[in-house]
Design a protein around this ligand. Structure first.
Ligand SMILES: Nc1ncnc2c1ncn2[C@@H]1O[C@H](COP(=O)(O)OP(=O)(O)OP(=O)(O)O)[C@@H](O)[C@H]1O
Length: 555
């Protein structure tokens, strides 16, 4: 229950929908039971009237009641499905945006703890599993409780007091069967959730890495792993179905036992002259109707293990905190611009070797500073410190005059534009990818940014121009074009401080020369820090440092 409680609390805004759905479910079961009971009573009473054993039977009102109950049952069932599904779909949408809001502040390092396919499964599959909590557990339970209460009142009013034994039998079955289903379905349900996650991980990663798997001859191995995960999922599903079938059978037996009890009691009442034959038939058929409400419970409760396991996986994501929390007392950026690093020392883990050692660096407005260094020298780590993605063990980075750890991410990122190695393009048009940086930008501004990034010629060759789709991660562009589109997005943002990690990666010398010329005036108007392997693949800089053994050396 502890795992499900947060989701129940999150459903409160949708309470009116769930309440309406629950009421309609109760109304439907009541109409269904009433229809059976009244029909039984009416047929029996009519037969007895035909034999002359009942005089002056009013046929109009019961017939009208039967018609009303039949219509109520049909419409009620329809409306109940409509309302309950609407309630659940709205609630699931709330849950998705809740989980998304919990994910969005996570830094890349923390997010990297989850595999992307696993996150997808949590956002889609696990949240979908939670629909069972309301549709299949809570609503049927409330319906069964209210139906049995209603049955007890009906029997108490119309039948001899012994009829309450029938209700007592149904109540016992209603307590025992769900408890049994809960216990039997727990392990299979948890296995099913885990196996479904594994299937999705392997399927998504298989599709993403299809080319590599094929080239390195591992396709067969991956397929076998997927088949084995799928078999595990099918086995767990089979286990759930078996326990579900057993639960349904037991619920049916319990219902029939209650009907037999009603029949046996009814014969006694008739023999003792305690009530009439139509009332006996009414009790028997009403019992049949009430046992239907009971029949839904075992199937519901054997899924609780699966639902709880999905809930735990969602809470696992929801409770993940970013490695670097937002400051408790954030400081607003000052009017100053630029970037300063003061005595920054960084190592990733206590046992790891130092990556940066007492680095001092100042990047002021109007100057471009270049840092080059061998692969693994720590160039990207300097950017990570400036972007507040890692906290140095010693020293600090300041942006706009404020230590970055004292700034809100939002404040930091409005002062700073960064082209990192992992910059992502969305599967959308060029224009929409650019307008992420500045939603109100005109087409002319987009073309200007593309010009500075050296993509203007390429866009002119495209039939759809700015409306050309770039594919997932820019897959429909070349590596160099995708990188320049990302650069154009940073240019469009027009930040006072810009950080560019390998801006010319994947470009030929002629294009680099053209871009250098175009970017120079734009860079000259801001503070710019550029990272590159060597000077030949970087924009023109005012100062140049080489990073070696964790220290900056002027070149
Ligand atoms: N998140 C991390 N956790 C642990 N170690 C890391 C992490 N990021 C970087 N490192 C390590 O820090 C060192 C410097 O990495 P960094 O990415 O800063 O180098 P780089 O100079 O940018 O390399 P490249 O030019 O290849 O991108 C490397 O040895 C790397 O393995």
């Amino acid at each position: 229950m502890k795992d499900l409680w947060p989701f129940l609390k999150l459903s409160l805004p949708r309470l009116p929908w769930f309440a309406a759905g629950g009421l309609l479910a109760v109304l439907t079961v009541a109409a269904s039971t009433g229809l059976l009971a009244l029909s039984g009573w009416f047929i029996t009473a009519s037969s007895l009237a035909g034999l002359g054993l009942i005089m002056g039977l009013d046929v109009y009102r019961p017939a009208g009641g039967i018609r009303a109950l039949a219509i109520t049952r049909t419409l009620g069932r329809y409306a109940e499905r409509l309302v309950n599904h609407e309630a659940v779909l709205r609630h699931l949408a709330d849950l998705r945006s809740w989980i998304f809001c919990r994910l969005s502040p996570l830094d890349p390092g923390t997010l990297a703890r989850f595999r992307s396919a696993d996150l997808l499964q949590r956002l889609v599959g696990d949240i979908d599993t939670l629909d069972g909590l309301f549709l299949r557990v809570i609503t049927p339970t409330l319906t069964a409780v209210l139906a049995l209460l209603g049955g007890a009142v009906l029997f108490g009013l119309l039948a001899p007091v012994g009829a309450l034994w029938v209700i007592a039998l149904l109540v016992c079955a209603g307590l025992v069967l769900p408890a049994l289903a809960l216990a039997l379905g727990r392990a299979a349900g948890e296995r099913r959730t885990q196996a479904a996650a594994r299937v999705r991980e392997l399927a998504v990663e298989g599709v993403q890495g299809l080319a590599e798997l094929r080239v390195f001859g591992s396709l067969g191995r991956h397929r076998r792993a997927l088949e084995s995960a799928e078999s595990e999922r099918a086995r767990a599903e089979g286990g759930l179905a078996r326990w579900g079938a057993l639960g349904d059978a037991l619920a049916m037996l319990a219902g029939l036992a209650a009907v037999w009890l009603a029949l046996w009691l009814g014969i006694g009442w008739l023999a003792a002259g305690q009530t009439s034959a139509p009332i006996v038939v009414l009790v028997i058929l009403a019992t049949l109707g009430l046992s239907e409400a009971l029949g839904m419970l075992p199937g519901a409760y054997q899924r609780v293990g699966q639902i709880r396991s999905a809930a735990r996986r969602l809470l696992d994501v929801a409770n993940t905190r970013p490695a670097l929390e937002e400051p408790e007392a954030p400081v607003a950026p000052t009017a100053a611009e630029g970037l300063q690093l003061r005595q920054v020392s960084l190592r990733y883990g206590e046992q790891a070797p130092p990556v940066l050692e007492r680095i001092d660096l100042e990047v002021n407005t109007g100057e471009t500073v270049l840092i080059t260094g061998a692969s693994g020298a720590g160039k990207t780590s300097i950017i990570s410190v400036a972007l507040r993605l890692v906290t140095p063990q010693e020293g600090e980075a300041r942006v706009a005059g404020v230590p970055v750890q004292d700034m809100r991410y939002q404040d930091l990122y409005t002062r700073l534009g960064a082209l990192t190695q992992e910059t992502v393009l969305f599967a959308d048009t060029m224009a929409n990818n650019l307008r992420l940086a500045r939603p109100e930008a005109s087409d002319e501004q987009l073309h200007q940014a593309l010009f500075l990034a050296g993509l203007d010629d390429f866009v002119q060759t495209l039939g759809q121009g700015l409306d050309t789709q770039v594919g997932e991660g820019g897959a429909l562009l070349s590596g160099g074009q995708a990188r320049r589109l990302a650069l154009a997005r940073v240019i469009l943002r027009d930040p006072p401080l810009v950080i560019l990690d390998e801006p010319f990666r994947g470009l030929d010398p002629a294009t680099i020369t053209r871009l250098r010329e175009r970017l120079a005036p734009w860079l000259a108007r801001r503070a710019a820090l550029v990272i590159a392997h060597e000077e030949a693949t970087a924009p023109t800089a005012d100062r140049h440092y080489r990073l070696e053994r964790g220290q900056l050396h002027p070149v």
